[in-house]
Structures are given as C-alpha cells and as structure tokens.
Design a protein around this ligand. Sequence first.
Ligand SMILES: Nc1ncnc2c1ncn2[C@@H]1O[C@H](COP(=O)(O)OP(=O)(O)O)[C@@H](O)[C@H]1O
Ligand SMILES: Cc1ncc(C[n+]2csc(CCOP(=O)(O)OP(=O)(O)O)c2C)c(N)n1
Ligand SMILES: [Mg+2]
Length: 318
Amino acid sequence: MDEFELIRRFVDPVARATRNEAVRLGPGDDGAIQSVPAGYELVFSIDTMVAGVHFPNAYPGHCLATRALGAAVSDLAAMGADPVCFTLSLTLPHSDEAFLSSFFQSLSDRAQALGVALAGGDVTAGPLSVSVQAHGQVPAGAAITRGGAKPDQLVVVSGTLGDAAGALDMLDRDRPNEYQGALLARYHRPEPRLALGQRLRSMATAAVDVSDGLLADLGHLLVASGCGATIDASAVPCSDALLRCAGQGAGVLALTGGDDYELCFTLPEVQWSDELSETVPLTVIGRTHPAPGLDVVNRPPGLNRAMTGYDHFGGGRE
Ligand SMILES: Nc1ncnc2c1ncn2[C@@H]1O[C@H](COP(=O)(O)OP(=O)(O)O)[C@@H](O)[C@H]1O
Ligand SMILES: Cc1ncc(C[n+]2csc(CCOP(=O)(O)OP(=O)(O)O)c2C)c(N)n1
Ligand SMILES: [Mg+2]
C-alpha cells in the first residue's frame, strides 16, 4: 500500500466520521482550516509518542491510538479548553494493514467520544512514532494556565495517581488479574479530564495535567506561579488496584509515576465544594505558600529527594 492509498483508505474515513462544523477544511489540502467563534481563543498543544519510550516496541495499534490521542487531549483539559480537532503525524516502519486498521478504527472511536475531528496530518516511513496536535477553544481570557497560583490556596488532584506507572512492569502480561487489568487500562487508555477542566475555568487559579509525575508537574506549576506548596503525601489518592499490586511501593508511584493524565490544580478555599467532584473524585492534598519550593510531609518509604518524575534526558524517572 502506498502513502496515498493509506490516506484514502484509513485517514479519510476517520476524518469523515469525526467531522465537526469548526473544521472548515479537513485532510486533502496543504493545510486545514478551523474557524474559531468570535470571543473565543484557540488553545493548541502537540505531544509525540515514540516506540520504546512512551509505549512498548510491540504495541497493538488500537492501544497506540487511544494512548496518543488521550494524552494529547489531556493538555486541552488542563487548560480548561473545549476540544475541537487534531492533526496526526504518523511515522511507520512499514504499512502493515492489520496494524493500520486497528489503529484507525480505535482512533475514530476515541476521537468521536472525545469530540475531536481529525483535521489533517502527515505520514512518513521510519521508526514508529505518533504525534498528535490537539486544538481546542476557550472564551477569550478564560484559559487556565500553570502560572496563576497564589499563596494560601488549596492544592487539589483528580482521580487516583500512580496507576499507569504501576502498570509498566506488567505491559507484556497475557492474563492480568482484575487489579493488574485496572492498572493496565489506565496506561492504555488515558481519560482526559475535559469536563473537570471546563468546570474549573472560572475557579482554578492554575492547573497542569500529570504526565511526568505529580512532584514534577506540580513543581512546574509552582515555578510558573512564583510560589511554593506543602503537600501531604499520605493524602495523595491511590487506587485499591495499585495498593494491591504495589503494596508499600504505591506511595512512591503516586508521587513520581507519570502517564495518569489526572489534573492537579490550585483553588481559593472559598471555591471548594463537594459538588466539584461530580465528574471525577477530587482530593485536597496540600496548600500553597509564598516561599518557593515543594515540601512533602508524611513521605512514603523509598522516596528519595532526587525523585520527582520522568525526564527524557535525565534517565527516565529521576
Ligand atoms: N520543541 C519545543 N519547541 C517549543 N516549545 C516547546 C518544545 N518542547 C516543549 N516546549 C514547551 O515547553 C513546555 C513544557 O513542555 P512539556 O513538558 O512537554 O509540556 P506538557 O507536559 O504539557 O506536554 C510547553 O509549554 C511546551 O509547549
Ligand atoms: C514503555 C514505557 N511507557 C511509558 C513510560 C513512562 N514514561 C515515558 S515518557 C513519560 C513522560 C510523559 O511523556 P512526555 O513526552 O514528557 O509527555 P508530556 O509531559 O510532554 O505530556 C513517562 C511517564 C516508560 N518508561 N516506558
Ligand atoms: Mg509535551
């Protein structure tokens, strides 16, 4: 199958199935055209996933599609944006039909569920990697950035942390038990917290999605905001599945493991209410303060000072 047949057979049907009215021109031209309503701003972000780095070298096409799209759209959630469309850059060692059908079928299903249209992309031959640029929109001025946290605000996280990192050493398991299966699902199928991000638009002062690890990503938020925080490690939410699979190791995974794509955000205390947890459970894990730095109390066994999260040039989890 040549490049153009691949586009005709696999890309075009997904573009048709996911099409929305904001995409005025989809795949087929030199560029795509997206209309942004008056009073809105475009939010966009690109993420690349490389075989052997972000996913195992032997990885089913359908898992790769859900993982790459979920991770990319998660950045829109962290900004409080409404998802609109995406472009896809695919580098493939060869045009394997079975792999491509599985990849594009799952891409189509997931894109429809997340409300993003495939607007364009690129296909090249080479070592397997996938880049997804996600586009969203927000009312002008309403995006949540990493830089708005102020001292004496709550530090909150969604869902549970450490699950996807807990799955790393079971990725090649044929028959996972129920708990291992739950962790693997978190790794293969990231769930961008879109509804939460949109809800937080008028409330959170800063937000980040947890891709590298909580300590690393919250650290980025604090540096951007020019303040510090103290968090209680024993308050960081871990799933039952992680506790059963990782035991004593769960605490370190929750603080330093990446790939969960939960949101971590700061909130003035007056904005806190239980009903914020409607779409996903939320947990207050600490509070910001004027002095820079991230302090962790009730540190779990095995957490050393240098561990924060994934660094591509620092040898993985530091
Ligand atoms: N090659 C690059 N060119 C321009 N900006 C970059 C590049 N790599 C990273 N950045 C920017 O640096 C910031 C941090 O990147 P990253 O850690 O990848 O963010 P995220 O976790 O949201 O994907 C982002 O704002 C991103 O746009
Ligand atoms: C097979 C495999 N999958 C996943 C990981 C863990 N991992 C790889 S990259 C990464 C960080 C997230 O990727 P990055 O490109 O930094 O995403 P971004 O922060 O830009 O969203 C993590 C936690 C691993 N070590 N091995
Ligand atoms: Mg990135």
